[in-house]
Design a protein. Structure first.
Length: 370
């Protein structure tokens, strides 16, 4: 056989092999195991670069390991969505804003690379941590065992506001060494909150008397001599203590913290007995210039139009007790918060809300407030 003939046969074989590789690469891309047809559409970053990235404002940290791995230790402020679950993409689209950089990690970097590929295909800007949390730990970087999703914001003077999504309507807020607890409940459904392991509250706010908001055990566990309890008349009477606020009242509780009580009630016929007008509170907290609206149990009442200049809002979503998703959309358009957390949503599907409010410029964040 001549050399020329052998060269032609080899060239044909090579072309076929290259073609097969291209087909395989594209097939893997469709499964999220590599980027489309050989083009990597996400960035890999080492520990040093990644640590700097997640300090930037607006970057979302995503842990794609199992819940069990997450609870053993994770990066602070991370959202946990298991990439091995069949509904990973659907969950990610419900939780993650498309206009933010998504900093993704797993144990070693392999699962997070898969996740990054899937996210990139959906229009996200993912950055993958090379070597995963193993490399992170080896570099001496910190992890936390806090089991609750957290969101961090900066105040006017540069201090940190940190929100912990505990359950349903229970929110833990940390600010400048102070602990603020809102509607703490020790047990709800199958979930138990270990308040005994948390610091005592400086300020404890209770919106109304229902058992998913008002829990004497949780209040006792969080209370100390320093604790200032703020609530409505009904809860104060039931406890025998507390600073009473009615709709329209305003209270200065620290040099840089004020609380306003706002209306929270039902308007739908047949539902008004759940939360009658004038009995319960929503709260607006102003903390070092940041305005936070915690709506309590309410529908989209007209008084929401008077709730102005809100940076962060918590709006409830489960009929017959609070709002339908459609009512929540209307409420959000009235309040116009910069960041919105649907909460108190039980089994209500809130996954469409981020997309429905995208045109309003509202950053909707879905957390575990079932």
């Amino acid at each position: 056989m001549c050399i020329c003939r052998e060269s032609c046969i080899f060239a044909q074989f090579t072309k076929k092999e290259i073609g097969m590789k291209k087909i395989l690469t594209c097939l893997l891309a469709s499964l999220g195991l590599t980027s489309a047809c050989g083009q990597q559409d996400y960035e890999n970053m080492d520990v040093k670069g990644f640590s700097g990235l997640i300090e930037e404002q607006g970057v979302v940290v995503l842990d794609v390991r199992t819940a069990e791995e997450f609870n053993e230790g994770h990066l602070e402020n991370a959202v946990n969505i298991d990439v091995r679950q069949n509904d990973f993409v659907e969950k990610a689209k419900a939780v993650l804003p498309t206009d933010k950089t998504i900093a993704v990690y797993c144990r070693s970097g392999r699962r997070s690379a898969t996740a990054a590929g899937l996210l990139a295909a959906e229009g996200y800007r993912p950055v993958n941590l090379k070597g995963g949390i193993m490399a992170w730990k080896e570099a001496g970087m910190p992890v936390t065992t806090d089991q609750y999703e957290t969101d961090v914001f900066q105040t006017k003077s540069g201090k940190t506001l940190k929100f912990h999504a505990l359950v349903h309507a229970s929110i833990r807020l940390q600010y400048d060494g102070k602990e603020i607890e809102i509607d703490p409940v020790t047990k709800l459904g199958g979930k138990t909150i270990d308040y005994a392991s948390m610091p005592k509250a400086d300020y404890l706010l209770v919106t109304h008397e229902h058992g998913d908001h008002f829990d004497k055990e949780a209040i006792a566990l969080l209370s100390a001599d320093k604790t200032q309890l703020i609530t409505n008349r009904r809860c104060a009477d039931m406890l025998g203590r507390g600073q009473v606020m009615a709709n329209g009242d305003k209270l200065q509780i620290a040099d840089d913290i004020t609380v306003e009580a706002v209306p929270a009630y039902n308007t739908t016929e047949g539902h008004t007995q759940f939360h009658p007008k004038g009995r319960d509170n929503g709260f607006v907290l102003t903390i070092d210039g940041v305005r936070i609206y915690i709506a309590g149990d309410t529908e989209d009442v007209p008084e929401m139009a008077d709730v102005k200049d809100i940076d962060i809002a918590f709006l409830p979503c489960n009929q017959p007790y609070t709002m339908t998703p459609e009512q929540l959309i209307r409420a959000a358009k009235m309040v116009k918060p910069k960041v919105l957390f649907p909460y108190h949503y039980g089994q209500t599907d809130v996954s469409a809300i981020p997309q429905l409010l995208k045109a309003e410029g509202i950053d909707v964040r879905i957390r575990h407030y079932e």
